[in-house]
Design a protein around this ligand. Structure first.
Ligand SMILES: Nc1ncnc2c1ncn2[C@@H]1O[C@H](COP(=O)(O)OP(=O)(O)OP(=O)(O)O)[C@@H](O)[C@H]1O
Length: 253
């Protein structure tokens, strides 16, 4: 059963190129700010500062807050892209992340080869791998470009392939950022429909957003972040649709 628990979760970004002595001297011993320095040579941004929360099965959580609050960093930590500098993060359930369309793809390989790699990575074999490949090729809809190396893809083509790879199989935990906005109009329509299906099927959704439309449409809880901390955590009154209320299309799941 899907579940996420963070205990004292902290993430730092070391800034190796900002080691000026005056900056370090100013930062050393400074408690409340987000820039910090150790006694060695490192200056770092404290992106997440000791977060405690639990997300249970059935919750659809919006991460909200101003620029630089830490929303994307928290999503990346949940996706396993960043290691905690402090505290603990425990996730139960398969994860799919719509965070970075280029994450987990090899730019020197073709779109089709990347799909095959993805099947290996997910442990898909035989018919399951065939269904995944068929779905991803058809959803990405890249024509002959599917057999060209992806380093030659446009930003929108990368998004098509990244989206197809992340959504071909419904996960227990779905993590989303707002990068989808770069797709063209036709793709956005298709992506929006597929997201509706996935959100209905996923046991947990966590989405970082500035859009109240998305919060109202999909979320049952809002975690409000500021300065790397959680400043508010509230249930939302309007219930999200149950899985069986969402129109579903065939997927690999
Ligand atoms: N690669 C990086 N190197 C150094 N600092 C970073 C890096 N990425 C983010 N930060 C810093 O970490 C903090 C949190 O950034 P993050 O991107 O998580 O915020 P956010 O809430 O997603 O912001 P936005 O709404 O602007 O996308 C900010 O102070 C930012 O400057």
């Amino acid at each position: 059963m899907a579940r996420i628990e963070a205990q004292g979760l902290s993430i730092d970004y070391p800034l190796y190129h900002h080691n000026g002595r005056s900056l370090k001297k100013r930062l050393l011993g400074n408690g409340p700010g987000r820039l910090k320095a150790d006694s060695g040579s490192t200056v770092a941004v404290a992106a997440l500062r000791s977060l405690d929360f639990v997300i249970e099965r059935g919750e659809r959580v919006a991460l909200i807050g101003p620029n630089g609050a830490g929303k994307s960093t928290l999503l990346r930590a949940l996706a396993g892209i960043y290691e905690p500098a402090g505290g603990r993060l425990t996730l139960q359930g398969t994860i799919a992340s719509l965070i970075d369309p280029n994450a987990g793809v090899n730019a020197l390989l073709t779109g089709r080869e990347n799909i095959a790699l993805h099947c290996l990575y997910r442990g898909l074999k035989g018919e399951e791998a065939e269904r995944f490949t068929e779905y991803a090729v058809s959803f990405a809809d890249l024509g002959e470009f599917i057999d060209l190396p992806i380093r030659g893809y446009s930003a929108g083509m990368n998004i098509r392939l990244g989206f197809a790879l992340a959504t071909a199989k419904a996960p227990a935990i779905l993590l989303m950022d707002e990068w989808l906005a770069a797709g063209d109009q036709n793709f956005m329509k298709k992506a929006d429909q597929r997201l509706g299906e996935l959100v209905g099927q996923a046991e947990i959704l966590v989405i970082a957003t500035h859009s109240m439309d998305i919060v109202n449409k999909w979320c049952t809880r809002a975690i409000h972040m500021e300065g790397g901390r959680i400043v508010d955590d509230v249930p939302l009154t309007r219930p999200a649709p149950e899985a069986d209320e969402v129109e579903t299309a065939p997927s690999v799941a």
